[in-house]
Design a protein around this ligand. Structure first.
Ligand SMILES: [Mn+2]
Length: 447
């Protein structure tokens, strides 16, 4: 399945083919509704607008057979940040020209009607779909270099900033991205006490969600208010930052400093330096409130969209805190290496992934534990949505575990090794739980 040519050459060839075909065909761009998908879309549409071609955009939550059937067969279909896992279904459609720019795992044959840019087929560099979309658009026209900063949003959104490979390095340079090493609570641009209180990743016990705990931590770290307010993380002096990290790790021996310290990426948006993680949070909030277009417009620096995104973000943070409270209080099915939380209709399916990510960051679970959270799909009442996260991003490949289960009970699957999800028919609820348990027993016997 691996291609002989480099990713760079593949991008060049794909751009050529796309430009040729798009001269007399309409293009439908389809992207995912998360931060990577939205930033990819913002890059793509700004680049396509400059070309004299006709295109339309669709942002979707997931790709399935039903959606594929709605597409115009005569259009060029350009998928971004999705479709690598739907190749068999695409092969069964009558779509004539399909382009895929994606980084998700590929396990199916590439159909004849598909041209695909995916690092999995080359040297497996860790790069976001937005990074690939940017490289694609830079290949279209070097003048698209100003879009590089948007590619960083997807990189942060998909947590691909831990090891910066060659291509990401190039993108950081193109975008003139500022970096600073420090405590990974965010936003780093706001007063420290607020950032610490609302920090869910990293989750700091006794500090996250606890304003008194925050003040105590700051006091112990010797960080005081100046002119009636705390400095932002970015304004801290080197030694203040170090003291803060040391105090956190002393109070929480289970937290390793390398887990809470890292690079903070700053992006200039609306002429102001913003923490890339906060932009991601705003995009996710807009998408989950059913307004991905607001998120795209914010990425395109349209002033009204910023105001709208800010107010959605505030509402979203409030419902997120409610979701965390609910999930912590729910009964859990615990086994060796896994936890199943069946939230049914108690948590919105749009929140379940985020809430699961947050609790997977809390030190309450052993590293390597997989948390499976189930919620009723509120768009399609006959379905259940599952979000699975791996504590500490180590251990089994979640996507593989879910594939095995979905092969038995039927349904759709998406995601990566350490963060994946699936949907299936509601009547399979018990069977899903049974299959998960069975899979973990089998895994143990194998060991
Ligand atoms: Mn992605």
């Amino acid at each position: 399945m691996e291609e002989e040519i480099s990713l760079e050459l593949k991008i060049r060839q794909t751009v050529e083919k796309f430009l040729e075909l798009s001269r007399d065909k309409k293009t439908t761009v389809i992207s995912h509704f998360d931060a990577d998908g939205i930033s990819s879309a913002a890059i793509m549409i700004q680049a396509l607008r400059k070309l004299d071609i006709k295109f339309s955009l669709k942002i979707i939550k997931r790709l399935d057979k039903e959606f594929l059937q709605t597409l115009n067969e005569d259009n060029i279909i350009l998928f971004v940040d999705l479709a690598s896992g739907n190749l068999d279904d695409i092969a069964k459609t009558n779509l004539k020209e399909v382009f895929i720019i994606d980084h998700h795992e590929i396990s199916q044959e590439i159909p004849n009607n598909v041209t695909i840019i995916n690092p999995q087929l080359h040297d497996k560099q860790k790069i976001s779909a937005s990074g690939l979309a940017y490289l694609f658009c830079r290949e279209i026209d070097k003048k698209n270099k100003h879009l590089a900063k948007l590619a960083i949003i997807g990189m942060i959104g998909d947590v691909l900033d831990k090891e910066i490979d060659k291509l990401n390095h190039e993108i950081l340079t193109d975008g003139e991205i500022q970096k600073r090493r420090g405590l990974l609570v965010y936003p780093s641009t706001r007063p420290l006490n607020m950032a610490l209180e609302f920090s869910s990743n990293p989750f700091i016990p006794g500090v996250t969600g606890n304003s008194e705990g925050v003040l105590e931590l700051l006091r112990c770290s010797g960080i005081n208010q100046e002119n009636g307010k705390y400095k932002s993380l970015l304004e801290l002096k080197e030694e203040e930052m170090e003291r803060l990290v040391t105090t956190i790790t002393l109070q929480n021996p289970q937290i390793k400093s390398e887990d809470i310290v890292g690079e903070i990426f700053l992006i200039k948006l609306f002429n102001k330096l913003e923490d890339a993680r906060e932009i991601c949070a705003k995009i996710n909030a807009c998408s989950r409130y059913g307004e991905p277009e607001t998120a795209i417009q914010m990425c395109m620096e349209i002033p009204n969209a910023k105001k709208r995104a800010d107010s959605i973000h505030i509402k979203y943070k409030q419902s997120l805190i409610e979701g965390i409270r609910t999930i912590v209080g729910l009964e859990k099915i615990k086994g060796d290496g896994f936890v199943i939380i069946n939230a049914q209709d108690k948590i919105k399916d749009t929140m379940i992934g985020t809430v699961t990510s947050i609790i997977s960051n809390s030190p309450n679970y052993a590293r390597g534990t997989i948390i499976f959270s189930m919620a009723h799909d509120h768009e399609n009442s006959s379905k259940i949505k599952v979000s699975a996260r791996c504590v500490g991003k180590e251990g089994r490949n979640i996507r593989e575990v879910l594939s095995r289960v979905i092969n038995v009970i039927g349904g759709e699957i998406g995601g990566h090794e350490f963060a994946a999800g699936c949907t299936f028919e509601k009547e399979k609820e018990e069977e899903f739980i049974k299959e998960i348990k069975k899979n973990f027993e089998i895994e143990m016997i194998k060991i």
